[in-house]
Design a protein around this ligand. Structure first.
Ligand SMILES: *Cc1c(COP(=O)(O)O)cnc(C)c1O
Length: 358
């Protein structure tokens, strides 16, 4: 069997480590940018009542018509733009790559960035080009990006706005320069849109190669897996062809439509998370010997003293707090850890544990 595996499984797949998700049982979970708030009893009861009408014996609506309508209304999607749903935005990244894939073609992204851009590009067998961000503040190194575009002629560029795992929001003029220089598609990934005030959604149509991707995961519905891609119909009609039929299941369709009727609640939670983020950032900056980076997302990246990241991460875990250790993730992230903004009491527990670890 092992010989067959060696010959059949592509070498680049055999060399990969499977995407690792840390076991959080029994820990305060501040590692995955989840919204920490749960629904009240009353809302939960109303949701469950609505699920009575869902039939599990039938395939879902293939286009998620109800979800599309609810999203269009709740998210102020320009009416002249198309909308494509994914099983999480991860699936949309995969669809985009599949639609453009050829072995000699390049996907470009900025690093450190969201790892799925590189991973999916590899799964699909395209070339990947990661351009480093500025080492001091993780801003776009525009000359480096423009040179990489010139050299690699990427068919697809991902720009996360705000960026994960650094938390900053790139300069919009730099982004525009990239969109204008790109020979292919540029996807602005707005996974953290609920936690910032700027968006490219309103600029759709200004350039023929711009698409905007979003997800409901970070705004409180990570368990449902729903991402959406917005842009000119002509593009989305093509990308839709590689979508697997029925990719959004009936429970997700019903639950998203329900949750978006309670949009005000999700907005309130996002505001609370933003306020808590500022408190957390101020506390990290004022009281600890760490460098905390400003964030427009629902997490904070911070750098500890050289060589200490693994010990601090382990110390926090021993005290019941799970965050993300990025020390080994990218050279620019040496000594860096990332904490997701949790409930006020979770953040207090984190800060207290961190104080004991430093
Ligand atoms: C979390 C994240 C996603 C993935 O979101 P899903 O919809 O849960 O697949 C996409 N892009 C960025 C930048 C993210 O941080």
């Amino acid at each position: 069997m092992h010989d067959l595996i060696e010959t059949l499984i592509r070498p680049e797949i055999r060399e990969l480590a499977a995407y690792h998700v840390a076991d959080a049982s029994g820990l305060v979970k501040l590692d995955a940018m989840e919204n920490p708030y749960v629904w009240s009893e009353a809302i939960t009861a109303e949701w469950l009542e609505g699920l009575r009408d869902v039939t599990l014996n039938r395939y879902p609506d293939p286009h998620g018509t109800c979800v599309q309508a609810a999203l269009r209304e709740a998210m102020e999607i320009p009416s002249e733009m198309g909308l494509l749903l994914g099983n999480g935005s991860d699936e949309l990244i995969q669809m985009l790559a599949l639609a453009l894939a050829r072995p000699d073609r390049t996907v470009l992204a900025l690093e450190p960035g969201f790892v799925m851009y590189r991973m999916i590009t590899g799964f699909i067998g395209m070339r990947y080009c990661g351009v480093p961000l500025d080492a001091d503040d993780f801003s776009i190194d525009l000359p480096a990006v423009l040179e990489a575009i010139e050299q690699e002629q990427p068919v697809l560029i991902f720009l996360a706005y705000p960026n994960n795992p650094t938390g900053n929001r790139f300069d919009a003029d730099d982004m525009v320069r990239i969109i204008e220089a790109a020979p292919g598609l540029v996807v602005v990934d707005e996974a953290y849109a609920p936690f910032t005030d700027r968006s490219f959604l309103g600029l759709l149509g200004d350039w023929p190669n711009l698409l905007v991707m979003r997800t409901l995961s970070k705004m409180g519905l990570a368990g449902l897996r729903l991402g959406y891609l917005v842009g000119p119909h002509a593009w989305l009609q093509q990308i839709d062809k590689v979508r697997l039929p029925y990719n959004i299941n009936v429970l997700t369709q019903a639950s998203v439509a329900f949750a978006l009727r309670h949009r005000a609640l999700l907005d309130e939670q996002a505001l609370a998370i933003r306020a808590e983020r500022q408190r957390l950032l101020a506390h990290l900056t004022d009281h600890f010997p760490v460098h905390a980076y400003p964030s427009e997302a629902n997490f904070i990246l911070f750098r500890v003293a050289p060589g200490q990241a693994d010990a601090v991460f382990a110390g926090l875990k021993a005290r019941g707090i799970l965050i993300k250790n990025l020390h080994h993730a990218h050279p620019l992230l040496a000594d860096c850890l990332r904490v997701t903004v949790g409930l006020p009491e979770e953040n207090r527990a984190f800060l207290q544990a961190l104080g004991a670890c430093l």
